[in-house]
Write a protein that binds this ligand. Structure first.
Ligand SMILES: [Zn+2]
Length: 418
């Protein structure tokens, strides 16, 4: 580098340093999710929303400090499967009592709740009316408080399938704008959803629990259609998520090249082998069953849907253990919206009960999730260059993962969440 240029850049560095004073997080210890080890007296420097230094000891004299002394810090959590514009309290037909915009405001309330319980990033895999794209923009612009959102907009699917409108008679003439019934139609749906802000594409490969007249075990998009969706999604540089309960639909989605399989309830040995071989992530919502079965009827959930939940949940939990044991990559996905958003941290304990170590469960919601989002090094880690998203808990999360059910402080983008 010529001397003059070197001199000029030195001045530039000096002047930005003078303008930007890092803020520091200090705590008793930090869980390094990569190594699985605790680090004592961490000092995390943050500037302009990002982490700029990670050291130990004490913050520089006179620096602005977020003092989390007495606490253990770890990266902000990531939930890979949420529906921010829904609430379980409005099951079955009860949601029809509200005007369309009701759900937009509900999404804002849910985003706030998820952030406060420690989720600084969520992947929203299916909404209506582009509620979540608007919410995402309002949060990014600073009008509302909420997690970072990786948003799918409408989920793609077959006419009459799980992700179509399945609750209304023909005279209401209502269908999802994201249905398609051929590879070409579905390629166009990918482009449309991306056009209006989708950052991930979700498609419904099989029937599901909370739709009408769909069977979770039955495939609803064929291999050619799924391949067209995955190809088109990757062509545009996005990741593809497949809702799939039944074994055939799961395998077809993996073969088609989807990056994550949502639910994966009836995955068979062949599906587990394929997922492992292809590096496909499973996102299994193994916590919401008890909520649905105890509160569903009161919330207006139809008998048909409660019956399907009973059918799916036991197999899903057994297969979670099996897939994890086989070494398939797993991420944390709750299906919040089917259960209250604020109760999502309860899933960690179920993951541990079904065979994960606490560290594995935490990795599913941090580094593994970041990897599945294509955002490794940006979220799910406390490292230089990552977003300054940090949570604080009491006690030892590696001994008792339920400590994550009581997060004491949340820092998002370098700012303490009120
Ligand atoms: Zn879902």
């Amino acid at each position: 580098m010529p001397k003059t240029l070197l001199f000029a850049s030195a001045i530039l560095v000096a002047s930005t340093a003078a303008l930007a004073e890092p803020t520091y997080v200090v705590a008793d210890r930090m869980l390094d999710v990569e190594s699985g080890k605790y680090i004592a007296n961490p000092v995390i420097g943050m500037d302009d929303g990002k982490i700029v230094s990670v050291s130990t000891g004490a913050a520089p004299d006179g620096a602005e400090v977020i003092d989390l002394t007495g606490h253990t810090i770890l990266p902000g959590l990531i939930d890979m499967h949420v529906h921010l514009d829904g609430r379980p309290e409005y099951g079955g037909y009860s949601g029809l009592q509200f005007t369309d915009r009701f759900w937009t405001f509900l999404a804002a309330a849910n985003a706030d709740k998820m952030l406060k319980v420690g989720f600084t990033t969520v992947r929203n895999v299916g909404d209506t009316d582009y509620n979540v794209a608007g919410l995402d923009q309002a949060i990014e612009e600073g009008w509302l408080q909420g997690p970072r959102i990786v948003n799918a907009n409408y989920a793609l699917g077959a006419t009459g399938g799980h992700c179509d409108e399945t609750f209304l008679p023909p005279s209401f003439n209502r269908k999802s704008p994201a249905v398609g019934d051929s590879p070409e139609e579905l390629r166009k749906r990918v482009r449309e959803q991306r056009k209006y802000g989708a950052e991930v594409i979700k498609a419904c490969a099989t029937g599901g629990v909370f739709s009408r007249n769909t069977a979770p075990g039955i495939q609803q998009l064929n291999l050619e259609e799924l391949t067209a969706i995955a190809e088109e999604t990757h062509f545009w540089g996005l990741k593809a998520a497949a809702h799939a309960h039944g074994a055939a639909g799961i395998k077809a989605a993996i073969l088609a090249g989807f990056d994550t399989i949502e639910h994966a309830s009836f995955i068979d040995d062949e599906g587990i082998r394929l997922a492992k071989e292809r590096g496909t992530f499973l996102s299994m919502d193994i916590f919401n069953t008890e909520y649905t079965l105890s509160e569903g009827e009161k919330n207006g959930v139809l008998k048909e849907n409660l019956d399907k939940e009973r059918l799916v949940s036991k197999a899903q939990r057994d297969n979670f253990s099996k897939a994890h044991k086989a070494g398939v990559k797993m991420v944390f996905g709750s299906d919040a919206g089917v259960m209250p958003h604020e109760s999502v941290p309860g899933q960690f304990a179920v993951m541990v009960r079904l065979g994960m170590t606490p560290l594995e469960a935490i990795r599913a919601a941090t580094i593994n999730a970041a990897d599945a989002l294509g955002q490794k090094g940006q979220v799910g880690t406390i490292a230089v260059g990552a977003w300054a998203d940090i949570i604080a808990v009491d006690g030892d999360v590696l001994a008792n993962v339920r400590e994550l059910e009581d997060v004491d402080a949340v820092v998002k983008g370098g700012k303490l969440v009120e």
